[in-house]
Ligand binder design. Structure first.
Ligand code: PHE
Length: 359
């Protein structure tokens, strides 16, 4: 009888065509209500002598069938793998499938150009946190408490940091990269010659404002830096960036709490027939803010203003990208629209400091 059962089960396991069928066979043979298990349960009704021999035979059968199942499982798995290997072929001689062509975002492109231009002038690049506190964003930069300029920044405030007190507890998203003037001066000894690029945040939204945008900040501090250096540096920059040796520029007096004197730099343009043309004409377009770093800022950062002075500047990365590449709406920068990107984006292999766009 056991021999017959063995033949049946062996046949069942051997004929299982896939892993599901094999599992069924295993349950039929060895499951809780399986054939062998059933027989095991009847051992109690046998005489002690029979129980001994039948018990031993059943145990052997159980082991044999288990081993068979194991073997069959390996065979089925190998079969499945062989089938996949035979089926999934790769012809390495086929030409590459055309893929959606990625491009470099105009912001990245512009930042690369900025690093390339200022890098050539000897600036190094510093970076800092987007989440700042009131002290780095305002107080250290000589914004008096309650000064209207604080409100002008449309600041996004975050919940206070319970581990800090005073200005340092008031967390915010930085409204400008000038925060990094402070961080860099506090962490390093003068002289300084850095640019900082990164995200900045202000609660504002229209054709020329988005709640998040990018700025580039410049800081040059040494023992003999004066306004002439500021003008020369920024004129060289603008002419290199827009690729025009004769680009007209002018500096207009302005106000920032952290610079004295302060100025805004304009570039020459014409606005005829609704079109904007940079580099010619009798109109002016503002591109950046700048000035000589205020002695109070140097003092707040542990730098002696009697020994060191210099200049700083800041400008919007999107704004100068829009001007150079003729992009009319700032909001489109952040739509993640591949059609926009394929139109305004840049080839990854383009050189970053090329003066005009590839379009
Ligand atoms: N931080 C100023 C702004 O965001 C720009 C600026 C930077 C002006 C450095 C002067 C010097 O408007």
């Amino acid at each position: 009888m056991i021999a017959q059962l063995k033949a049946q089960l062996t046949d069942m396991v051997g004929s299982a065509k896939d892993l599901n069928a094999l599992e069924e066979a295993r349950v039929t043979a060895l499951g809780k209500k399986g054939r062998i298990t059933d027989l095991m349960k009847t051992l109690g009704t046998l005489s002690p002598e029979e129980r001994k021999t039948t018990g031993a035979e059943l145990n052997t059968l159980k082991d044999e069938i288990s081993a068979l199942i194991e073997k069959q499982e390996q065979a089925l798995k190998k079969q499945a793998l062989d089938a996949r290997l035979a089926h999934e072929k790769m012809d390495v001689t086929l030409s590459v499938r055309p893929q959606a062509k990625g491009t470099i975002h105009p912001i990245s492109q512009t930042m690369d150009e900025l690093v390339s231009i200022f890098g050539a002038m000897g600036f190094s690049v510093a970076e800092g946190p987007d989440i700042e506190d009131d002290w780095h964003n305002f107080t250290a930069l000589n914004f008096p408490p309650g000064h209207p300029a604080r409100e002008m920044h449309d600041t996004f405030y975050l919940p206070d940091d319970p581990k800090q007190t005073g200005d340092a507890a008031k967390k915010l998203l930085r409204t400008h990269t000038s925060t990094m003037q402070v961080r860099h001066m506090m962490a390093n000894k003068p002289p300084y010659k850095i640019i900082v690029m990164g995200r900045t945040y202000r609660s504002d939204y229209d054709m020329t404002h988005t709640p998040m945008f990018h700025q580039i900040e410049g800081l040059v501090i040494d023992k003999d830096i004066h306004m002439g250096h500021l003008k020369g540096c920024l004129m060289d920059f603008a002419r290199a960036y827009f690729g025009m040796d004769q680009l007209p520029v002018r500096f207009r007096p302005s106000f920032f709490p952290f610079t004295e004197p302060s100025a805004e730099m304009d570039i020459g343009c014409s606005r005829k027939d609704g079109g904007l043309k940079i580099g010619a004409g009798d109109d002016w377009l503002e591109i950046l803010g700048c000035g000589m770093v205020h002695p109070n800022v140097l003092k707040n950062c542990g730098v002696d203003p009697d020994e060191y002075q210099g200049f700083a500047f800041g400008m919007g990365v999107e704004r100068i990208a829009m001007l150079k590449y003729g992009i009319p709406d700032l909001r489109t920068f952040f739509d993640s629209d591949v059609r926009w990107l394929s139109h305004y984006g840049f080839d990854p292999l383009d050189r970053p400091n090329r003066a005009t766009g590839s379009k």
